[in-house]
Design a binder for this molecule. Sequence first.
Ligand code: NAG
Ligand code: NAG
Ligand code: NAG
Ligand code: NAG
Length: 367
Amino acid sequence: MTKWLQEYNDSKKGTPASVKKYLLFYVLCIIVFVLNAWLRASWSPVAFIFTNSNHTTQIQPNVTVLLWYWPFNQVEDLHGDVCWDLYRIPRCRVVAERSSFSEADVVVFHNRELVTGKEKLPLELPRPPGQRWAWLSLESPANNGDLRRFAGVFNLTVSYRRDADVSTPYGKLLPRASEEPVNDIPQNKTDLVCWVVSNYRRSYRRSKVYQKLSTVVPVKVYGRWTNTPLKPKDLLPTISRCYFYLAFENSISKDYITEKLWRNAYQSGAVPVVLGPPVQDYEAVAAPHSFIHVDKFPSAKVLGKYLQKLAGDAERYGKYQRWRREWKAKSYEGWRWVLCQICVQYHSFPRHKVYADLAAWDGTATT
Ligand SMILES: *[C@@H]1O[C@H](CO)[C@@H](O)[C@H](O)[C@H]1NC(C)=O
Ligand SMILES: *[C@@H]1O[C@H](CO)[C@@H](O)[C@H](O)[C@H]1NC(C)=O
Ligand SMILES: *[C@@H]1O[C@H](CO)[C@@H](O)[C@H](O)[C@H]1NC(C)=O
Ligand SMILES: *[C@@H]1O[C@H](CO)[C@@H](O)[C@H](O)[C@H]1NC(C)=O
């Protein structure tokens, strides 16, 4: 009998500790080998298996978004993995170096600099196959200039509009976690209606409504127009002392609802009186029973009377504040957030799309 067989027979009798150790070692080796092979097979640069708490999902590699120049020269810091670090958006590389052109999946052009001629489209560069050019504007059509020259250039739109390829509204509602405290609505209100306006033009619809409204109820006006500008830090505390805030947009167009609602009114605790796109556009994005739309009143006079009555009726006024128990408002977070949103939508972009008539898509606005 060989020594090995002897040991084997012995092991059958009592399984000595040394054999148990060997077995454990072999099993471990096999597990490590199999794991290693599986990881090598799946961890390719093209696609790898990403396991999250939900289930195993097929995930694409990084998307590279190149910003051709900063909108309005408002440069933001792009160091590190910004989309992940700031917004927990994975695999999104946002760069502003033009040398990255050939590797960019999306190249972003902000409209203002193009229409003023400050920047030009790099039409002379060969577009890598599959690269998409994105048109970015958060302005209303009235301020976008003549877009006819951009026919057939862009593949994507990035705008506040809900029907843009990448929709980046000026604000949104987030559900409030039940344990989160509701900021107390300042009870200490001293002014009935407040308005902040820097760019006053008689021809604007909002100016006409203001003129009529101010003959019925007192309207406290701040801003450059009246030479009473508010420092940014004073804006919300000042508005918080008003029952109502005139969130009047400077141009009336589809989905154009700006920080006048999302920040000035919602975050101050004043109830917004809105003038802008139709009621349905507000209802689609704003909190239920949180705003008063000018169009619902036959005249500014009737509106004024309604506001006066409401301010004197704590219960009815309180109903316009009730949404705050369930929701909180978030307002625009800067260009980096806009750029990172492109990655969120990237995998649902149509395979092929060209804006043959960007001007028609943008439409026209009235003031
Ligand atoms: C799990 O993944 C599916 C599809 O990717 C998604 O619709 C769902 O919301 C996810 N659930 C959780 C809890 O993350
Ligand atoms: C993806 O991007 C992140 C952040 O920029 C980077 O750290 C990572 O190496 C990239 N991965 C690949 C496969 O390119
Ligand atoms: C109420 O308003 C007055 C005048 O604006 C201010 O001085 C005071 O601090 C406010 N009180 C509270 C509790 O907000
Ligand atoms: C993007 O637009 C260009 C120019 O019209 C076009 O040639 C290209 O095929 C489009 N790419 C995609 C992915 O839609």
